[in-house]
Design a protein around this ligand. Structure first.
Ligand code: WTA
Length: 702
């Protein structure tokens, strides 16, 4: 397909669907009571962060931190797009999140941990207690494991206080942590151990999820074995106990390799470890995320710029004050948890709630009971959780006496209808809502209303946050103007302190994946020539608000979690009978999108329920339970072009009950109707609803 034709098709689809799908919504205004107390209530903030003041405007965020050596230069653009922030400065992230608050807040809770079983009372961890526990853990990492600044260590920890304690202990030493979401399988964890070159794995024996105490130690064994098979040797496996002093897993410990953290820690009781001053550009952590290829990318985040950015946005966008009780319901295993449960809130001395379990277990009143009991006043969650809670208990919030001043939604586009339930029922029409758009790569928020200053508009992430200058480009690199009703590729014109430094071990992929497409001059050292391409489709209304329409690449956003279609296809191909696999996104009422799998089997094999089970199991083992497909279809053949390419676009149309369009040019057009019947039944079921952007665009480049 020629470049020209691609553009035309894309634009036509977008305009039509947007007209139907996204009508302009009315504005909602923040309550007076909220405005009066807000951290950002002076409209001057936009001026301070105006493009003329870039990059110096970000000094304001750096000033929120305590530096052991002041930085000399705000931004160094010498080697685009590998920007350097706060050059020459030194600081320690753990010191900034813990030690420096001891004077004023020693006895205030840094974290309140809520376990899944309701009979386990919430546990408040004061700043003093956090300081002691982090310091002891740092002593263990340094003296027992021999870890030092710059080493990587993989964490595969569930949502208990031991997770932030371990992260902060690493940060105290300058050790780069790579926390893998506990829902990832052992194999997925092993692949990340290998990529990061970790010699130490830190995990936990078990944790509660939806009423079951899951064996997690078993994943550590698989992870180590997977890493070894990939030639990465793990010397030590540290196992925290979910219930200290008691082993809650049936999986045996491996002698000489596995150690109970609680036991070893006894040696380091009350040891104080000084925080190591780190270069502002020293990597703080890696966070793996999915991209277009099967290999996950390790987003490498820097110490100074990242911490400054999450501190600033926690203050102004989350509106956290030290007196608030702030609860972000995300898992620390994802970027949201790193930035907005741990580093951002603690940098500004918040009390941050963390909890174990799933929002709707044992019932949909659970989050509101927690909010009531802890008197939470800032609440942060995803559209998937909002949709699930609304479906399971639309009336539940009104039964509990809590009052939120502020609420966040993050991770996926939110439908205006779900937004209104969040506003009316969860927020009781008192709370302001921020719809925050950003990505693992970005460190912190990129688009969101300033809660006291901008009106809210359901379904729109809103204007960019201070200091961020987005632009939407079309396929030819032309700017799409606000209010044109046209969609395009969401980009950011300027660097910002929270952007990742690079992809761990793969700088080329960093440049090619995010900057190559719209780079104006590869020899230029001027940041203006290097817009960042986010990988999302978006449009901008006449009022300047951005609507994010979803991924434009081969990434499926399942319940706010990114899954690469290639990762899933690769997992399917490990099943011996599978000859070909194609994965497409399908809309889902709760999770937003889910993967749907099409496989063609090798000659002589027949699709049985057992085949399908093995395919599902392969995905769970190689990626994790959250990668479970909505359906698996065994098809006689894949729809293919004459050159043999699988037409995933056609399969996506079938899965989403859309018209498949003209398929006469395919090598095997007849199979399309066979597959359609298999998926939709005998009669054609074509939905009249507008096609979401990511699905309309899916597979167009195949
Ligand atoms: C999507 C999560 C619409 C988007 C912080 C992005 C959103 C991907 C929003 C990043 C939002 C995130 N509205 N879509 N408010 N926030 N997204 O890396 O497609 O897990 O590219 O980071 O989630 O997901 P990630």
């Amino acid at each position: 397909m020629s470049e020209k034709r691609k553009t035309k098709e894309y634009t036509e689809v977008s305009e039509a669907q947007i007209a139907v799908h996204w009508k302009e919504e009315e504005y909602f205004r923040p309550a007076k009571k909220f405005i009066e107390q807000a951290n950002a209530r002076d409209p001057d903030i936009r001026k301070r962060f105006a493009i003329e003041n870039f990059p110096d405007c970000f000094r304001e965020y750096a000033d929120l931190l305590t530096w052991s050596e002041p930085y000399k230069k705000v931004l160094d653009t010498g080697k685009p797009p590998f920007w350097k922030w706060f050059v020459g400065g030194k600081l320690n992230a753990c010191y900034n999140c813990v030690d420096r608050h001891l004077g004023q807040y020693r006895n205030k809770a840094a974290f309140i941990f809520v376990a899944e079983p309701e009979e386990e009372p919430p546990l408040a961890l004061t700043y003093q207690e956090l300081y002691v526990r982090v310091s002891e853990m740092a002593a263990l990492l340094r003296d027992f494991c021999g870890l030092k600044a710059g080493d990587r260590v993989t964490l595969h920890l569930p949502m208990t206080p031991e997770l932030p304690i371990t992260m902060l202990a690493c940060a105290r030493l300058g050790v780069i942590h790579s926390q893998v979401f506990a829902g990832f399988s052992g194999q997925a964890c092993g692949a990340r151990i290998q990529d990061s070159g970790s010699h130490v794995l830190i995990s936990m024996d078990a944790y509660w999820r939806a009423g079951k105490l899951l064996d997690h130690k078993v994943n550590a064994d698989i992870a180590v074995q997977t890493a070894e098979e990939m030639n990465q040797h793990v010397d030590k496996v540290l196992i925290w106990q979910r219930f200290a002093g008691k082993y809650s897993s049936p999986t045996p410990m491996v002698q000489g390799r596995d150690f109970f953290v609680n036991d070893v820690l006894k040696k380091y009781r009350d040891q104080r470890v000084e925080p190591v001053p780190m270069d502002a550009e020293a990597p703080l952590f890696l966070m793996y995320t999915s991209g277009s290829t099967g290999k996950p990318k390790g987003c490498q985040h820097r110490t100074g710029g990242y911490l400054a950015y999450v501190a600033g946005t926690s203050k102004y966008i989350q509106d956290i004050h030290p007196t608030d009780t702030y609860w972000c319901m995300a898992d620390i295993g994802w970027i949201t948890g790193h930035s907005y449960i741990v580093y951002g809130p603690l940098a500004i001395a918040a009390t941050s709630v963390m909890y174990e379990g799933v929002p709707t277990h044992p019932d949909a009143g659970r989050p509101w009971r927690i909010a009531e009991r802890l008197d939470v006043n800032i609440f942060h969650t995803s559209p998937t959780a909002i949709r699930a809670l609304r479906r399971a208990g639309p009336e539940e919030p009104s039964k509990y006496h809590y009052h939120f001043k502020h609420m966040t939604t993050v991770g996926e586009p939110i439908e205006p209808e779900a937004w209104r339930w969040y506003y009316n029922e969860v927020g009781k029409r008192e709370a302001v809502i921020v719809d925050t758009w950003w990505q693992t790569e970005n460190g912190g928020f990129l688009c969101s209303t300033l809660p006291a200053l901008d009106p809210m508009k359901p379904g729109s992430a809103g204007p960019p946050v201070p200091g961020i200058y987005p632009v939407i480009y079309d396929e030819d690199g032309k700017e799409v103007t606000a209010g044109s009703g046209q969609a395009g590729n969401m980009c950011i014109r300027n660097p910002w302190p929270g952007i990742m430094q690079t992809i761990w071990g793969d700088p080329e992929r960093f440049v090619n994946g995010y900057y190559k497409r719209y780079c104006k001059n590869p020899n230029s050292k001027d940041w203006r020539d290097w817009p960042y391409m986010a990988g999302d489709g978006a449009m901008q209304s006449a009022d300047g608000y951005f609507r994010i329409l979803g991924r434009i690449d081969d990434v499926i956003n399942v319940a706010g979690h990114r899954l690469g279609t290639k990762e899933i296809e690769n997992a399917c191909l490990t099943v011996a009978d599978v000859a070909e696999a194609a994965v497409v996104p399908v809309t889902d009422e709760i999770k937003g999108r889910m993967p749907e799998i099409y496989v063609a089997l090798k000659p002589g094999h027949e699709g049985t329920p057992d085949t399908i089970n093995r395919i599902i199991k392969a995905n769970e083992e190689i990626i994790g339970r959250f990668a479970r497909p909505k359906h698996v279809y065994v098809v006689p053949d894949m729809p293919k072009t004459r050159s043999g390419k699988i037409m995933r676009r056609v399969l996506a149309s079938i899965s989403n009950r859309r018209d498949v369009g003209d398929v006469t040019t395919l090598a095997n057009p007849a199979v399309v109707e066979d597959i359609r019947k298999m998926v939709q039944g005998k009669d054609a079921v074509v939905s009249g609803e507008a096609v979401p952007e990511d699905i309309a665009k899916f597979g167009q480049n195949d």
